[in-house]
Design a protein around this ligand. Structure first.
Ligand code: SIN
Length: 289
């Protein structure tokens, strides 16, 4: 059973929402086994409803993770960091015990600097500390819906530039991450995008990669962007996933932000903190509209 109460049991699967805004734990499924189509449909619908779904105690291999993640989408490797040896579809994300920051340790959606940003991801906890290193998620439908009508109207017509920044930032500070030989990438996306399955609008900006509105300078853009960055991560539209070894989390990258919390204070002050190793299978991208 998940730690949260089942709001629905469907095909023997229990779906327990984590908060009023985002996230649900799913139990009653063993991801090592082939998942029948009707059961997968329940899981996919749970992802559409809750945006982030959490499976506990899944002792799966990278190959089994890849098979499950491929049910949602084709997979892609990260443009700037090398994949796991032998499994190009999986990126191993490592924070060594002496490192203070988690990789990707700011609020962001993945690879939004690509012309077709990833649709989602399945992240598996291979090695986690007893406490700390949780990941926060926010609901970007609610970020949009809780704006005033006036601001929604303005944002509906804007595009924004998403810039990867220097390629080295994805690996230079992390002993466990190896750089690919690649060039910096920037792309333009609508500030408000429509989810192709739900047809609902969501805010599509993030503090890691969104640098300015199209047709405005970074300085002109900054005040409104700063407001939207803060608005997008208000506690009431977020959830916090506490990792355990063998937890698998799937998120919809089109309508969520996430942020792994860099709270390894032992590493920061005593230099011997925790090692954290995650395996990420990233879904291919699609055109934003
Ligand atoms: C990421 O995909 O940005 C990493 C998330 C995490 O390590 O919790």
């Amino acid at each position: 059973m998940p730690s949260s109460t089942c709001s629905a049991i469907d095909h023997g699967i229990c779906i327990g929402p984590l908060t009023g805004a985002v996230g649900a734990e799913i139990s009653g499924v063993d991801l090592r086994d082939p998942i029948p189509e009707n059961v997968f449909e329940v899981i996919e619908q749970a992802l559409l409803n809750h945006l982030v779904i959490i499976f506990r105690d899944q002792d799966i291999s990278p190959e089994q993770q890849k098979v499950f993640a491929s049910r949602f989408s084709d997979l892609q490797s990260h443009p700037f960091v090398e994949s796991m040896n032998g499994i190009p579809e999986i990126t191993e994300i490592v924070k060594e015990a002496w490192e203070v920051e988690n990789w990707g340790g700011n609020w962001h959606a993945d690879v939004t600097f690509l012309p077709q940003p990833s649709k989602g991801a399945a992240l598996f906890a291979k090695e986690v500390p007893l406490q700390g290193g949780d990941t926060l998620f926010s609901n970007m439908y609610l970020a949009y819906e809780t704006l005033s009508d006036g601001l929604k109207h303005l944002l509906d017509s804007l595009n924004a530039i998403h810039d990867s920044g220097e390629v080295g930032r994805f690996s230079d500070e992390f002993d466990g991450m190896r750089a690919k030989n690649a060039e910096r990438i920037a792309s333009v996306h609508p500030v408000v995008r429509i989810h192709p399955r739900t047809q609902k609008k969501a805010l599509f900006i993030n503090q890691e990669y969104t640098t300015q509105f199209e047709g405005m300078t970074p300085e002109e853009s900054r005040p409104l962007l700063e407001y939207l960055f803060q608005h997008s991560v208000r506690p009431e539209i977020t959830c916090r996933v506490r990792w355990q070894k063998n937890t698998l989390v799937v998120w919809d990258n089109r309508v969520t932000l996430h942020s792994p919390i860099s709270d390894d204070f032992a590493a920061r002050f005593d230099k011997t903190g925790f090692r954290r190793v995650m395996h990420r299978a990233t879904f291919t991208g699609e055109k934003t509209s």
